[in-house]
Structures are given as structure tokens and as C-alpha cells.
Write a protein that binds this ligand. Structure first.
Ligand SMILES: O=c1ccn([C@@H]2O[C@H](COP(=O)(O)O)[C@@H](O)[C@H]2O)c(=O)[nH]1
Length: 239
């Protein structure tokens, strides 16, 4: 099991300046693990990754690639040069696409640098079973779909999956204990769920064996983001 003791903060901001202001609230010795997703990357580009890395923070680049294998391989080759710690694709792109992503990352990683971890999204945590069956026309249970995608991801040689904490135990027993389960949809008790459907508290996610938790709005939109982060970190680290 991997267990990353810091919650990954989802930097879902529209501008580079918003990120600078947000990070400035933290003590400079506090090294964070942050997630850069589509909104920020499309707005600020590779420069924001370089900025965050230069401050000593770890980066999960959450672009969820999903295209034909050749395109994904070429894109991963380019992204590998950014020096991020982890990135991802959609498992729905299939085994060939995921293997191509892995190859692209390996080819693009500069000599002597570590190849970023590569994980695949199973079913988004904003998807319920009813939504999956209706919109994707998948007529199995949500858990079966998630486990299917996790096994496909393992067969393609990736490091793990993005899933809800609710599926971690099932995925680990269908793959292996070292297969990464990174879980968004984390909500401290009493906080707004928003568009998330499959949620869990930080302590329950820890108990069930999540390796990484991703937390966005409960931190970024809190009145005091530093205190919100510390509270969630303490809850996640308590065993
Ligand atoms: O299945 C998924 C995959 C990715 N995400 C991302 O995680 C954060 C969650 O933010 P919250 O504000 O804590 O809901 C967000 O950036 C998503 O793009 C996910 O939620 N679920």
C-alpha cells in the first residue's frame, strides 16, 4: 500500500494569480501535494506546473486523457517533460490506449528522472449507478463496472486507478494491495457534497485503505483554507 500522508489539494482555480494567492496562505515550509486539473491547465498552461514544482510541491496533473492510442501516446510524451509526479487517463479509452499512454510517458521522461505514476479513472465520483446505466448504457452494477475498469488498468500495466473510496476494498482484492486507489469525493462530516455522488469522510477513506485522497472545495472555498487543510490532514492521518 502506498499511503500518501498529505491530502492532495485540487487547485480548481481559473487563473494563475488565484493559485499564487492560494499558495501564499501556507507556510513556505509546508510542502503540499496539489492537483492541477483541466480548468487551471487550460488557462495557465505548463508555466503553472513549473511554478508549483519550483516551490517544492508535488503535482498530480489531472487531465484525464481519452483519445486514440497514437494521440494519447504523443500527448503523454510531451507531458512527461513537465516533471509531474502523477498523471492520468480514462480507463474507458481501453487497454491499448492505456498501454500507449504508459509508453509515451516512459519515452518522454528525461534520462535520470523518475517516470510519473500513471493511473486511470474508472467511474467518476460524480456518477451514480442510475446515471451510469442511463447515460453510458452500462447495464451492470456500478461496482462491477469500476472493478472491470480497475482490472483492465492493471492488465495495461498502469499503477492504479481513480475511484471512490467506497470501491477501494473491492479493487484491492480484485487486483493487488499495492495497486493505487486515489480517491476524490472526500467530504468532512457535514460539508456540502455538491455534484459528488459517491463520497466518504477522510477518516473512513483511511480506514478502508485509500492510498491518496483528493480534496478541492472543502479546502479552497473554506473561510480559512489553511485551517481546513490542517483539519482534513489530521483526520486523514489519524488511524
Ligand atoms: O472521479 C473523479 C475524478 C476527478 N475528480 C476531481 O477531483 C476534484 C474534487 O474536487 P471537490 O471540490 O473536492 O469535489 C475535482 O478537481 C475533480 O475534477 C473527481 O472529483 N472525481
Amino acid at each position: 500500500m502506498t499511503y500518501e500522508p498529505r491530502p492532495i489539494i485540487a487547485l480548481d482555480f481559473p487563473t494563475f494569480d488565484d493559485v499564487k494567492n492560494f499558495l501564499a496562505k501556507f507556510d513556505e515550509n509546508e510542502k503540499l501535494y496539489v492537483k492541477i486539473g483541466m480548468e487551471l491547465y487550460y488557462s495557465a498552461g505548463p508555466a503553472v506546473v513549473e511554478y508549483v514544482k519550483a516551490q517544492g510541491h508535488s503535482v498530480f496533473l489531472d487531465l484525464k486523457l481519452h483519445d486514440i492510442p497514437n494521440t494519447v501516446q504523443s500527448a503523454m510524451k510531451v507531458l512527461a517533460d513537465l516533471g509531474v509526479d502523477m498523471t492520468n487517463v480514462h480507463a474507458a479509452g481501453g487497454r491499448e490506449m492505456m498501454a500507449a499512454a504508459r509508453e509515451g510517458l516512459t519515452m518522454g521522461t528525461p534520462a535520470g528522472k523518475a517516470v510519473p505514476k500513471l493511473i486511470a479513472v474508472t467511474q467518476l465520483t460524480s456518477t451514480s449507478e442510475a446515471i451510469m446505466q442511463r447515460d453510458q448504457n452500462i447495464q451492470t452494477s456500478l461496482q462491477e463496472s469500476v472493478v472491470h475498469y480497475a482490472q483492465l488498468t492493471a492488465e495495461a500495466g498502469l499503477d492504479g486507478v481513480v475511484c471512490s473510496a467506497q470501491e477501494v476494498a473491492l479493487i484491492k482484492s480484485a487486483t493487488n494491495q499495492d495497486f493505487i486507489c486515489l480517491t476524490p469525493g472526500i467530504r468532512p462530516a457535514g460539508s456540502a457534497v455538491g455534484d459528488q455522488k459517491r463520497v466518504m469522510t477522510p477518516s473512513a477513506a483511511r480506514e478502508i485503505g485509500s492510498d491518496y485522497i483528493v480534496v478541492g472545495r472543502p479546502i479552497t472555498q473554506a473561510e480559512n483554507p489553511v485551517i481546513a487543510y490542517q483539519n482534513i490532514k489530521n483526520e486523514w492521518q489519524r488511524k
